[in-house]
Design a protein around this ligand. Structure first.
Ligand code: DC
Length: 234
């Protein structure tokens, strides 16, 4: 396949639809950089939790200066895991890929992602990572805010029971203790929070293509997007 010129590919959608899996395999197939933007919101959340910072208090206007002081102390970057050949998120130089998947982070990340100052900081890093194109980035606002001019935008969705089953398996495979009901409730809450927040809510971009992968295998989802990729490059 002729891979030049490079495109920007945005993959947005609901929690646990397989966005990261699709984005990662697509990036590998195309030799593009893969960026999991949700991991960045999770890393900031982990910082607040580890420093015992009251996340709800950061939502009040009177604490904005304090929030900016904390944000100045946070550095987020990605490092390559040479065993898995994928990029893992680092918080102030420490690889936190496993810690950010814990349930306490999942329970607090939606609130953190409502904070305008957090979003501004992370969007700037995301735009810098994608400035040379050749990137597949997944998240909630990639096609609407981070890269509104992306040449290919995918909006992913899937049935909530199926998503809960997949996420539950993923967590138990990593020995993270939880129940299917807890996972489903967390997904439901995050879907609601993500679509109802004031700052950059999860929205389908006008020019995004919907991919409902409830009954599709990972391979079928990848093929669907690769076909679109080929069309877009003509
Ligand atoms: O993709 P994820 O489930 O790891 O994302 C964690 C949270 O971060 C999710 O509840 C919404 C938020 N998020 C966001 O607001 N914007 C993004 N671009 C990515 C994630």
């Amino acid at each position: 396949m002729n891979l030049e010129p490079k495109l920007t590919i945005a993959v947005d959608g609901y929690s646990s639809c397989g966005k990261s899996t699709l984005a990662k395999t697509l990036a590998k197939e195309l030799g593009y950089l893969f960026v999991d933007s949700g991991a960045m919101y999770r890393a900031v959340t982990l910082y607040f939790l580890e420093h015992k910072i009251s996340i709800s208090s950061l939502q009040t206007d009177s604490n904005k200066e304090l929030l900016n002081t904390y944000l100045d102390k946070i550095t987020i970057n990605f490092e390559k895991n040479t065993d898995t050949n994928s990029y893992e998120v680092c918080l102030n130089g420490r690889n936190v890929e496993k810690e950010i998947r814990q349930m306490d982070v999942s329970l607090n990340v939606s609130t953190v992602s409502t904070l305008k100052e957090v979003r501004q900081k992370l969007v700037a890093i995301q735009q810098e990572l994608g400035k040379n194109k050749g990137v597949v980035m997944d998240g909630r606002d990639i096609g609407t805010v981070v890269f509104p001019d992306a040449e290919l935008k995918i909006f992913m969705t899937a049935d909530i029971d199926e998503r809960a089953r997949r996420r539950f398996k993923e967590l138990t495979d990593k020995n993270i203790a939880t129940t299917l009901e807890e996972v489903k409730e967390n997904l439901r809450q995050r879907d609601y929070d993500d679509t109802h927040r004031n700052e950059s809510p999860l929205l389908q971009a006008k020019d995004a293509i919907v991919l409902d992968n409830t009954i599709l295998s990972q391979k079928e989802s990848l093929e669907f997007v690769l076909e679109l990729f080929v069309e877009r490059r003509v």
